[in-house]
Design a protein around this ligand. Sequence first.
Ligand code: ADP
Ligand code: MG
Length: 254
Amino acid sequence: MSELVINNLHVNVEETEILKGVNLTIKTNEVHAVMGPNGTGKSTLAYALMGHPKYKVTKGDATLDGKDLLELDPNERSKLGLFLAFQYPIAIPGVSVANFLRTAINAHRKAQDPEDKGISIPDFRKKLKEKMALLDMDESFAGRYLNDGFSGGEKKRVEILQMATLEPKFSILDETDSGLDIDALKIVAHGINTISNKDQGILVITHYQRILNYITPDFVHVMLNGRIVESGGPELALHLEEEGYEWLREKHAV
Ligand code: ADP
Ligand code: MG
């Protein structure tokens, strides 16, 4: 079992403190949801954990199985088993989905074993085919340039395809539900559920309760103004759906 531990994390973006002491521990096989209104720092948490240079950690720490994440480059964090599915995935014209994924897989394999020669083409094709089927993606996607001209929903599927092929220990999914219609949401959720059965920890960041109808979290946390102010089980998400966030603002005076 692995453990991602976030302890008293404070993060500045351009001199403004956005995260004001976040505590969160995620173990493999657990699904956690972080909910909260827009602008409370949910994406900031995701970016800071992944090591985006704009998000400066001023206090606190984050470790994966005791290893300090904050001193590592984003690619080293990835090799350790951390994955972020972006809220706004970027396009990389000139790099096909297949090439991108194979390069990423091989970089991870090399990190485990410097002698590794990379995944064979037939093995890679088989894996990609299997994972694309899981996400109900047409095989033609493999040859297209990464996110270039993809619809919002297609971009989100490619993010989950990355997660499925890289098999990280911990995945942070930043608003993977936004921009998905209900059918796409069900497919993506099914993909995430299938993947998460295999010794992975997942942090689902979401604005809406909707995705949690399909991915049942073990723990739900509410972030307000840069802090997790309330934690509970799946019932907390349902309660928020009915009551909104106002009662929590009053309760915690934020
Ligand atoms: P959420 O994901 O919960 O909607 P964010 O983490 O994106 O919230 O943003 C939290 C706050 O930080 C917002 O006030 C936002 O304007 C600010 N912020 C986030 N990223 C940046 C950035 N790159 N540059 C400037 N301000 C930012
Ligand atoms: Mg966000």
